[in-house]
Write a protein that binds this ligand. Structure first.
Ligand code: DHK
Length: 128
């Protein structure tokens, strides 16, 4: 399973704790690895602030991984290019957001990624 974290998620723990909590990206990785181990699924955990790098990771996933978990973060509402890359991938795609976007700013409500997602979870903090 390739787990892709988008821009600014490396700043979890210090970044707007009222929205994202005090846990760090390392804590998220620990949870993902434990869940993967429990399910017998290999975990490939990544973060990037670069749209281009994220697109490359999605394209590469087409030949190499069974599924993608993605928190597109700030690219959620802007990146048709990430959506297009996800549309190439034919395995399951899980869109995740730490915060409940539906309760936040109007501009966060639109998700291009949702058009390619198999399932979506938001608002459960890093447990999601
Ligand atoms: C993370 C971000 O960085 C924001 O740009 C999104 C998302 C919300 C989250 O809740 O994980 O709007």
């Amino acid at each position: 399973m390739r787990i892709i974290n988008g821009p600014n998620l490396n700043m979890l723990g210090v970044r707007q704790p009222e929205a994202y909590g005090y846990d760090t990206l390392a804590d998220v990785e620990t949870l993902c690895r434990a869940a993967g181990q429990g399910a017998g699924v290999g975990i490939d955990f990544r973060q990037s602030d670069s749209e281009s790098e994220i697109i490359g990771w999605i394209q590469q996933a087409c030949q190499t991984v069974a599924g993608i978990v993605i928190n597109p973060a700030g690219f959620t509402s802007t990146s048709i290019a990430i959506l297009d890359a996800l549309l190439i991938f034919d395995g399951p795609i899980f869109e995740c957001h730490i915060s409940p976007l539906f309760r936040r700013d109007e501009f966060r409500h639109l998700s291009y990624v949702s058009k390619a997602a198999t399932a979506k979870i938001e608002g459960f903090g890093i447990a999601g």
